[in-house]
Design a protein. Structure first.
Length: 311
């Protein structure tokens, strides 16, 4: 959004995240501009790893950099004993302020343990996740120790967002699709199940990941009231596999928003048709909005979904 880009010329990304008033303002502005049915709090998944003292920073392209990555058992054992959720009070204040200003539900969120672990191990984004998988395979006890530390932090973090007013929470496991299903079962699923079971009862949990067409059933086993899916599988096929007793979120390809308006409408219609007759579909993109996406195409999509759904 131009309004957000203008704000970013004056403020750094981390500065915005740590300013509760600004974060709430950005959250509300997006809803008002786009006309969506729910808000998600403006924050970043790595805010809760910064208190561990691993040097979080953002480069010119906003990509995260962690200057002191954790790659050995000794690195993990040296992590300070810190109350991570208590170290980010600005997030909960932003939730309270945004909730007070919104007329739609507010979604809180956190990175899932694996995605957080991959960031702190790799030192940033990765294509092959060599450091992450090396730690898993060579030092599995250290891996599980790291996942337990992160899981505890995530539980406390999302529960404080709920206490501040979040109506639902979403767990982003953006990078877990790099794993083989057996590795997910062994190294991720028990921790993910523990996080979801630790979230305040009665609050809906959206369990989202990308590149996981080969392990949707394992994601369902890990838990969540809604399973988020990306665009690499038909929504109807995914829902049939995981069962209609849970909701599904997705799954338009974000790049489709660069297509002509008529094509966007056709694609949205096909997704909605696959959801016909089943309760619990949240229309969404299969991942985040890409930079340079025309804002008018996003608002057009929102209008299309409202129109087609009402029919």
């Amino acid at each position: 959004m131009p309004e957000y880009r203008a704000l970013r010329t004056r403020r750094s990304f981390l500065d915005l995240c740590k300013d509760a008033d600004a974060a709430a303002e950005v959250t509300v502005a997006a809803v008002e501009r786009l006309g969506v049915d729910a808000a998600i709090i403006f924050a970043d998944i790595l805010l809760i790893v910064e208190p561990f003292g691993i040097g979080l920073d953002y480069g010119k392209d906003d990509g995260p950099v962690l200057h002191d990555p954790l790659r050995t058992a000794a690195d993990i054992e040296r992590l300070p004993d810190v109350d991570v959720p208590a170290a980010v009070p600005f997030v909960y204040e932003a939730v309270r302020k945004a909730k007070a200003a919104l007329k739609v539900p507010l979604i809180g969120f956190a990175g899932a343990p694996f995605t957080l672990a991959s960031y702190v191990t790799e030192g940033g984004g990765s294509r092959n996740y060599v450091y992450t998988k090396t730690l898993m395979y060579r030092e599995p006890e250290a891996w599980h120790m790291l996942m337990r530390r992160l899981s505890t932090a995530v539980i406390g973090y999302v529960n404080r967002q709920i206490a501040a007013g979040a109506d639902a929470v979403q767990l982003f496991d953006s990078w877990v699709g790099c794993l083989a299903p057996d590795d997910y079962r062994r190294f991720v699923l028990p921790h993910m199940r523990g996080v979801i079971n630790g979230i305040t009862p009665g609050v809906p949990v959206i369990h989202f990941a990308t590149g996981t067409s080969g392990m949707l059933e394992l994601m369902r086993e890990a838990g969540g009231d809604v399973i988020g899916i990306d665009w690499r599988i038909d929504l109807g096929s995914a829902w049939q596999r995981i069962g209609y007793n849970v909701g599904v979120q997705g799954n338009l390809d974000p790049a489709a928003l660069f297509a002509p308006i008529d094509d966007i409408r056709e694609r949205a219609g096909r997704i909605l048709e696959q959801a016909r007759g089943h309760r619990g579909h949240i229309f969404n993109l299969g991942h985040g909005v890409l930079p340079d996406t025309p804002v008018e195409n996003v608002t057009a999509l929102v209008d299309m979904v409202h129109d087609l759904s009402s029919r």
